[in-house]
Structure formats: C-alpha cells, structure tokens
Design a protein around this ligand. Structure first.
Ligand code: SAH
Length: 245
C-alpha cells in the first residue's frame, strides 16, 4: 500500500474549519491528497487556522464541481457512513478496511469519501462505492465530527504502514534467549528448596504455593538472563541460611 495513492474526498463540506481539521488529520498520518467537492466556503481563514502546519495539504487540495470529477480515475472507492443504508453493501470497520486497501496494488488510485456534516453521503453517492466503511460507535450517538472520522480512518492506514517497521513478534530482536521448559523445571526445584530452607514453605503442608508461583512465572515468560539473576538470588539466600545455622 502506498498512502500517496489514497485521496480523501470531502463532499459538500459546510464548515470551513472542518476542512482545515481534515488537512491536519491527514498530514499527521502521512496522507497528502485532499479533494473538495463543491465546498460551501473555501478557501477560508478558519480552514487555514485549523490546518495549523498542514497548510501545504490545503494549498494542494483539488476543488471539483462534482463527485464524478473527483473520483473518475479511481479504481477503488470507499464510502464512509455513520448509519446503515437500505440496500446492504460490503461494509467494513476502519481496521478491516485498511487491511483491504493494503491488498490493493500501488498502481491503483484509491478514494475515500466523506459526507456532509448534516446529511452524510447520499444513497446514490454511496452506491458509487466498492465498499462502505463504518466507524463503530456508541448506539446513542454514531455521528463523529467530520475531521475526527477522517482521523480514525487515516490512523488505521498509518498503523498498517508502521506495523511493517516494528518487529513482527513480541520476542523478535530480544537480547537473551527465552527459557526452556527444562530450565524452568530446574528453577522451580531450586525455588521450592530455597523456600523450604527459609521455612516459608512447609513441605508437609505445601498448599498451592508452588502452583501459584508457577502461574506467576509462567505469565512473565522469563528469558535466560532473568532466570540466571533469580537463581543467583536463590543460591546466595541458601548460602546465607546455611552459614547462619
Ligand atoms: N448525519 C450524518 C452524519 C454526517 S457526519 C449521517 O447520518 O450520515 C459527516 C461525515 O463524517 C459522514 O458523512 C461520514 O463521512 C463521516 N462519519 C461520521 N461518523 C461516522 C461513522 N460512525 N462511521 C463512518 N463515517 C462517519
């Protein structure tokens, strides 16, 4: 996926401040191509003010008279909507939608459409889309502010890109190997013996102590370095006990 192939299309935006907020949300997440279909008021100082350091996104925004013009060359179009429509359409949440767009090759043009603040996208506009996107919300209030909806969608696209640069597994590039079952068993024997030595564990009435300690260490998933530290502590404790007695 290439974020440069993805354009954000705002249809008939009423509030210029929202256009600025959208530009900022996009730039924060690394998107730059903004299309404005017949905005009510644009350019506008409120848009510039809300864009903060994303003035370049506003400056390069493409203003069109119709939606058709804004998406004519697109191979994949996503329509966002706060509510369900009469005819069922393929519908995804932002994360699933980002994954789907990740599968669209870099030579394709992608558009994500956002509707009017008061009325959203019209049915015929939604029916021009390959896919619909809904941001899950509370049932009490499903309509997000326009710029915030853009933020959520662009954030999920960003997360897919960032995921590539982070280690895939939580234990990749760790600085010490993780312990084996055998090492853990030796550790538990050592721990149990030390607890008996310090008279914390009574071998005639052990209760669930070792089971609980096993569960504790299992949750942590120790590496060899950590295990060596713990075993060193046990060894020194045993030496002290034996020296004192
Ligand atoms: N009352 C309108 C909501 C408009 S909110 C309606 O019912 O459709 C303005 C735009 O923000 C919407 O057209 C959509 O593009 C986006 N948006 C707001 N809330 C959203 C949600 N929960 N899921 C997807 N898009 C949303």
């Amino acid at each position: 996926m290439n974020l440069d192939n993805i354009r954000i299309v705002l249809v008939n935006t009423n509030t210029p401040g929202n256009i600025g907020g959208v530009a900022r949300a996009m730039k924060n997440m690394g998107l730059s191509r903004l299309y404005l279909v017949e905005p009510r008021e644009y350019p506008h100082e409120e848009a510039t003010w809300r864009a903060a350091s994303a003035g370049d996104v506003l400056d390069s925004a493409v203003v069109t008279a119709t939606l058709e013009e804004a998406i004519a060359d697109c191979q994949f179009v996503v329509g966002t909507s706060a509510r369900g429509r009469r005819i069922p359409w393929p519908l995804l949440d932002p994360r699933k939608c980002a994954e789907r767009l990740d599968g669209v090759s870099d030579d394709q043009e992608v558009a994500i459409l956002f509707g009017r603040e008061d009325r959203g996208l019209k049915n015929e506009e939604l029916q021009a889309c390959n896919l619909h996107l809904n941001i899950p919300t509370s049932e009490d209030y499903s309509s997000l502010n326009l710029a915030m909806a853009v933020q959520v969608v662009c954030y999920e696209l960003r997360m897919l890109l960032s995921a590539d640069s982070l280690p895939k597994a939580e234990d990749e590039e760790w600085d010490s190997p993780f312990t084996t079952r055998e090492q853990m068993e030796l550790f538990y024997e050592h721990l149990e013996q030390t607890l008996i030595d310090v008279e914390f564990l009574n071998p005639t009435a052990p209760r669930q102590l070792m089971a609980r300690l096993r569960r504790l260490y299992s949750r942590v998933r120790l590496d060899e370095m950590e295990l060596n530290i713990l075993r060193g502590i046990l060894t020194e404790t045993q030496k002290r006990i034996k020296g004192i007695r």
